[in-house]
Write a protein that binds this ligand. Structure first.
Ligand SMILES: [Zn+2]
Length: 461
């Protein structure tokens, strides 16, 4: 086995401890202080030069090792989701005292990416080969699009390529396309009054929110079917029906296949908000919260990652892994179409494909993929059929299967980066393909200047 791969095995305990620490201390978008501190400590201990507070975000950072070209980035995430805490390994819903949980497996994501960066660093150190590896600590993927703020501020500009992964239910290269999105907070101001005694004096902000939602409902028929519009009422204006609500807020999330389409829909939603204000005699204002771009695929890097998935070889689940996964398939995942008690864990590696499969979710990896050639893999860290953003996923985030598939991901990414550092032709090919795909204009940041990241709590009234 190549030396840089044995390094990952030697660091397996460190990666497991890091992943478990993140799982035990779940933190939502832009409040990942413990996670950032822990990962920065590991990077410093390993000899990386750490830079914190990237793009003016306290929990965004980088760890750099090596010198000269090429410069390859490895992206790590570590944010959790609210409302998803769950006891580890438990097949029944059993929340823990804190409300947050790693419902997207970003505890593993951060640790696996860190393992890859450490292995590449060791290889650079031992061989003295020119090249630079940078681990990017990218916060707030969930609902915050940390990477999009970082990309807007030029954090990824010097990269020749970026590699990453995501915990999943299969071992494969990433084929799913992801949607661009915009998130906007619409605010309505009206006039409070006694709802029974003087209703004619009141102007209801809550009515405006409801009418806006009805208007958007009619809009949904007249947008491309690949687009999505979601909303959450973050401020209903109070809990008293006998008071006309003087202020109300609704948070919109608009998705589409690229930034241009999302912007067009956003402008139509703005008109609906204005209409709702006119109908109710209230005032409307809105605040741009965040955005992220669609994913630009890169077949040169996808093929490289696929070859490394095969070369490193997927670990075979043991009896204990299968027993636990079967328990999940039989109870916690009963009724989920892909759950399979007979054969509960995905095995093998999906065949290479250049297909780009439609997908209706979004990721801020999209913004990095507009800046430089970017590709990612997933490994089967959990039982088949486990839905993303679920307590069932949280429950499996600290199990032996999750740990060993994180180590596998780290090895594959390290092998890909080591190859990329040495293989100039391959890197050139990846860059030419990237250039063709993004076109002469290149990346245009969807987040306007001056917009700063907001934590979940700051959006909740
Ligand atoms: Zn995720």
């Amino acid at each position: 086995m190549e030396r840089y791969l044995t390094v990952v095995e030697e660091k397996a305990d460190l990666l497991r401890e890091t992943a478990d620490y993140l799982w035990d201390n779940p933190e939502t978008a832009f409040t990942e202080f413990k996670a950032a501190e822990r990962i920065c400590k590991v990077l410093r201990d390993e000899g990386f030069t750490v830079e914190e507070g990237l793009a003016n975000i306290k929990t965004a950072f980088s760890g750099t090792y090596g010198s000269g070209k090429p410069v390859i980035g490895i992206l790590g995430e570590y944010d959790a989701l609210s409302g998803l805490s769950q006891e580890s390994g438990c097949t029944e819903r059993k929340p823990l005292a804190h409300g947050e949980g790693h419902g997207c497996g970003h505890n593993l994501y951060g640790a696996g990416a860190l393992g890859a960066a450490i292995a590449v660093k060791e290889w650079l150190k031992e061989t003295g080969h020119p090249g630079t590896v940078i681990f990017f600590g990218t916060p707030g993927e969930e609902g915050g699009s940390g990477k999009a703020f970082m990309a807007r501020d030029g954090v990824f500009d010097g990269l020749d390529a970026a590699i990453t992964w995501h915990p999943g239910a299969k071992n494969k290269i990433w084929t799913a396309m992801s949607l661009s999105n915009y998130q906007i907070l619409y605010k309505f101001d009206g006039i409070a009054s006694h709802a029974g005694g003087k209703p004619e004096l009141g102007r209801s902000a809550l009515d405006a929110v409801e009418l806006m939602n009805v208007g958007v409902q009619f809009l949904r028929e007249h947008i491309p079917s690949s687009c999505r519009i979601h909303y959450a009422i973050t401020d209903t204006g109070g809990f008293s029906p006998n008071v006309v609500q003087p202020h109300a807020e609704v948070l919109y999330l608009i998705r589409g296949v690229n930034n241009r389409i999302v912007k067009e829909i956003y402008e139509r939603v703005n008109d609906i908000a204005k209409g709702a204000a006119l109908m109710t005699g209230t005032k409307e204002s809105h605040e741009f919260i965040k955005a992220c771009s669609n994913l630009v695929q890169n077949n040169a890097l996808r093929k490289l990652l696929h070859d490394k998935l095969v070369e490193v070889g997927a670990p075979v689940p043991d009896e204990a892994d299968i027993r636990v996964a079967r328990a999940f398939a039989e109870t916690a995942l009963a009724g989920y179409p892909e759950a399979d008690p007979e054969d509960p864990i995905y095995r093998g590696i999906e065949a290479y494909t250049e297909e780009e499969t439609p997908d209706f979710s979004s990721t801020d990896v999209g913004d990095v993929s507009w800046v430089c050639p970017t590709a990612q893999i997933q490994t089967a860290t959990r039982a088949k059929g486990t839905p993303a953003h679920s307590w069932q996923l949280v429950a499996q985030g600290k199990l032996p299967l999750a740990h060993k598939m994180t180590v596998y991901a780290a090895k594959v990414m390290a092998a890909a980066v080591v190859e990329l550092v040495q293989n100039e032709d391959l890197l050139r090919q990846a860059k030419e393909e990237h250039q063709k795909r993004v076109g002469p204009k290149g990346y245009e940041a969807p987040i306007p200047k001056g917009v700063v990241p907001r934590s979940m709590d700051s959006l909740r009234k």
